[in-house]
Write a protein that binds this ligand. Sequence first.
Ligand SMILES: [Zn+2]
Length: 290
Amino acid sequence: MPELPEVEVTRRGIAGPLHGARVQRARLGKPLRWPLGCSTAALEGLRVGEVGRRGKYLWLPLSPDIAPHGRTGLQAPAGDGATGGLLLHLGMSGSLALLPDAPAPGPYDHFDLVTDRGTLRLNDPRRFGAVVWSPALDAPPAAALLLRLGAEPFDPALTPEAFHARLQQRRAPIKAVLLAGDVVVGAGNIYACEALFQAGIHPALRADRISRPRAARLLAALRSTLARALALGGSTLRDFTDVHGASGAYQAEAAVYGRAGQPCGRCGSLLRRRVQAQRSTYFCATCQRR
Ligand SMILES: [Zn+2]
């Protein structure tokens, strides 16, 4: 499953080339998780703004093409309602590529945005991904999809105090709270396991029992695991279409994830695996305390 580092690496790969690109046409393949919400013809002629990201969603702002003053005299009619954007999610198996010279779409290519800078193509064999038109990020339908997302992990407003205060409101095990993504986004399974190990926190510890200093250590650990994955994703991906690139590269150097039965690098105890919230949790019962 593409995790936040893969989505951010994708954003960095497409944002520059697509900024200012003009949409020539769009094409839909088989139905994705949700309908597009507008006709593909309605996207024609719009220009792409600065590609953003919120959690694992990408946001492609689209606005009418306004000719410079005094050149053609052609301007988009005021208030024609076209300003908005596309909210994209890669689901379980999706990947985006920006193709300078796109070949004919294959059986798993379910969305194309053809622009004068290349074709942005969504390949998604399992079709849990989505491309949805929304008039704004804070208007329906985007607002409803983003409503329950927690803080961005690198948002400076997410201070250790704020993180601790939000954990205080949750009684579930910390691992499950991290995976739920409603306190902080980006803690996918591998990153949650690794951050808890780095911070020395047992994955089954109730979130509201985590002290303020331990919450601060956990937030720092989560940021360092994600930063490392981003660095690996940026450096090891030849292109950003490898949906497992960043997590896969990170996994190769993970301290606990996928290493049940192997000795802990810190204390030598054998690492353990247990199932929590229907996901495998890897941890060291000696180094990670309740
Ligand atoms: Zn250990």
